[in-house]
Design a protein around this ligand. Structure first.
Ligand code: ZN
Length: 379
């Protein structure tokens, strides 16, 4: 999530970042405000004033999205669910919340916090605008008005009951409370999410044909985004439910090949890569068997071939302190999240500093296949 983004800092231990797509939105929003929104409402400003007020408003709108996401995150943290980062995107923000809420009530509160705070901020800005209008310059009134409108739209848009939007989460929590089943609630909420997505797409196509081409295409685009999000989050939720209760230890490859620290790259290639057909091998200490790092073909390739007999694996390996590792008792879902968040192919599994296994993507896929076959036979 943080790969294509600019880090801004930390609030309350949560990393805040902006996705590059927000830079496009910054230009688009400033332009729309400066050229289309402000001039008819506040005629007579200079061109520079429209653009400066447009840019200031856009930065504040960005702060509004951040406040919306922070509201979700602070409620999540209050429920004991850690939040590692918030990334701001085209359509708002994404909080990287590290596990699913435990109860329907927790999910309801976490989901409603964002839209509620946006609507409160919007209404407060509107009230402030009415109070201050007689005494402050028109430019300040303009900024407050754009904040009021944007926050209310942000709150209402997110209340659309299409999972994974906030409204969809609120809806899922209600179905969850009624049926008692998170699985069924997820299926219902994502299906409703897709229905909304298609409504957006059809309404957009209709508008585009009827003449409002740009608004129509916007609606189609939002619908397409909502549909994708619904499908991905259903798959993600189903995977997490399927793997619930499964520990790393029962899926990993136990006693994987490991290479001693002072093995030369030439020996490593001959006896491991070619002989055992492995691409990533943990490096262990000769003295006490502790894991020191991980060596992959990528590190070997960075060294000229002529140096392979004189270079040892511990000179080129990724050292243990920069390595993501798992433990046997760790929930598989958490290890999988580490694998996909960092785009890794494997996680060494470590017990008190010693290597006990290796968890690879193919281990997980094989496990899921076996589960599926067993499930089909049982059905
Ligand atoms: Zn939200």
């Amino acid at each position: 999530m943080l790969n294509h983004s600019l880090r801004l800092g930390r609030i309350h231990g949560i990393e805040i970042a902006v996705h590059w797509s927000w830079l496009i939105i910054f230009v688009l929003f400033t332009w729309s405000l400066a050229v289309f929104f402000f001039p008819p409402l506040y005629p007579g400003w200079s061109v520079a004033t429209y653009w400066i007020v447009g840019a200031i408003s856009t930065v504040l709108l960005f702060a509004s999205v951040l406040l919306h996401e922070l509201s979700h995150s602070l409620v999540a943290e209050a429920q004991g669910i850690p939040v590692s980062s918030i990334t701001l995107f085209v359509f708002g923000g994404v909080s990287s919340i590290q596990s699913e809420p435990r109860t329907a009530r927790d999910e309801f509160l976490m989901a409603i916090a964002g839209p509620a705070s946006s609507i409160v901020i919007g209404v407060a800005c509107y009230g402030l605008m009415l109070i201050l209008a007689p005494v402050v310059p028109e430019t300040v009134v303009a900024v407050l008005l754009s904040m009021a409108i944007y926050n209310v739209i942000l709150g209402l848009f997110n209340l659309i009951p299409g999972f994974p939007l906030d409204g969809g989460r609120v809806f899922r929590s209600i179905v969850w409370a009624i049926t008692g089943s998170l699985w069924r609630a997820t299926a219902v909420a994502t299906t409703v999410g897709q229905v909304f997505a298609y409504l957006f797409i059809f309404a957009g196509l209709f508008l585009a044909i009827a003449g409002s081409f740009v608004s129509g295409i916007w609606l189609v685009f939002i619908g397409w985004f909502l549909n994708n999000a619904a499908v991905t989050s259903r798959q993600q939720a189903e995977l997490e439910l399927l793997l619930r209760g499964v520990r790393v230890g029962s899926v990993m490859t136990a006693n994987p090949p490991a290479v001693l620290a002072h093995t030369s790259l030439a020996d490593f290639v001959e006896h491991y890569v070619l002989a055992q057909n492995v691409r990533a091998v943990p490096v262990v200490s000769e003295a006490d068997g502790r894991i020191l790092g991980l060596v992959t073909l990528q590190e070997v390739r960075a060294v000229p071939r002529a140096e392979w007999s004189r270079t040892t694996v511990d000179q080129v390996m990724v050292p243990a302190n920069r390595l993501k590792v798992a433990t046997r008792d760790e929930p598989l879902v958490e290890a999988l999240r580490d694998l996909s968040a960092e785009d890794l192919n494997q996680l060494p599994v470590v017990d008190r500093g010693r290597l006990v296994g290796l968890l690879t993507r193919s281990d997980v896929i094989r496990y899921l296949r076996v589960r599926e076959e067993l499930g089909q036979r049982a059905a």
